[in-house]
Design a protein around this ligand. Structure first.
Ligand code: GLN
Length: 243
């Protein structure tokens, strides 16, 4: 974290909100900032549009979902800018959702064309036989020590993982990457198809990102009354949809 005015400030960058921000993804920024502030951490949030250079010295970078056109443009600009790659190489945390997740891989499909991704995660995406729309749930990779994933998905792409990444979760409801696995992570880079926003629906995942960013191994517990209610409500919707 950066030392600002004698205090350590957690800097969170919201990458390209003008192109990549669907289904409440901006809420991920609000949730992270709030959960850090409730632990007494000073936070600076920085929204960087796609016509601006990305700062490279932030602690956490958030990328949201997008339709095919904005996704392809976002990937081109991120590759040309180079800032996200440098930040990732320097050990910053990157949390990416849906289109943002796909463009961290080697390639993805948008509007019938294969597009180059940033190649920061060992995966690639192509087009699936149908659109994946609805509740997304899964059992998280045990190494992360997180409760089940809860989310909402809406994507046409399917994602294929290489040996250099680990699946974030095993799907119990929905499609995720391919109907079997969902999302991927490696080092401090983590991608998911979960909107909703993901970090409101998965506060333990938000805290994992905060722990990665700060190096603090245990964070003070927070009042989870509302997040528990949200998770319970969405789990009930998943069960109802199965019947
Ligand atoms: N355009 C991508 C797809 O349809 C990502 C969609 C999204 O971000 N919701 O697969």
């Amino acid at each position: 974290m950066a030392a600002v005015g004698g205090e350590s400030t957690l800097r969170i960058v919201w990458v390209y909100p003008d192109l990549l921000s669907t289904y409440g993804d901006r809420g991920n920024l609000l949730i992270l900032a709030r959960r850090a502030q409730l632990r007494g951490m000073p936070v600076e949030t920085i929204e960087v549009r796609s016509d601006q250079p990305l700062p490279t010295a932030a602690d956490i970078y958030l990328i949201g979902g997008g339709e095919d056109g904005p996704q392809a443009l976002g990937a081109q600009r991120l590759i040309a800018d180079g800032g996200l790659r440098r930040a990732a190489e320097q050990g910053s945390v990157v949390f990416a959702v849906c289109a943002g997740y796909q463009l961290l891989g080697g390639s993805f499909f948008a509007k019938g064309t294969r597009c180059a991704g940033l190649d920061l995660l060992d995966l690639h995406s192509d087009r699936g036989p149908s659109r994946a729309v609805g509740e997304l749930a899964g059992e998280m990779d045990f190494r992360l020590g997180l409760p089940p994933l809860s989310g909402f998905e809406n994507h046409g792409g399917r994602t294929h993982l290489g040996p250099g990444v680990t699946a974030l979760a095993r799907v119990t409801t929905g499609i995720g990457n391919d109907g079997e696995t969902e999302g991927a992570w490696h080092g401090k880079l983590l991608g998911t198809y979960s909107h909703g926003p993901a970090l409101a629906r998965n506060p333990a995942l938000a805290d994992l990102l905060l722990r990665w960013a700060t190096g603090v191994s245990q964070l003070a517990p927070l009042d989870e009354t509302w997040t528990d209610r949200l998770r319970t409500e969405r789990m009930a919707a998943v069960v109802a949809a199965r019947q």
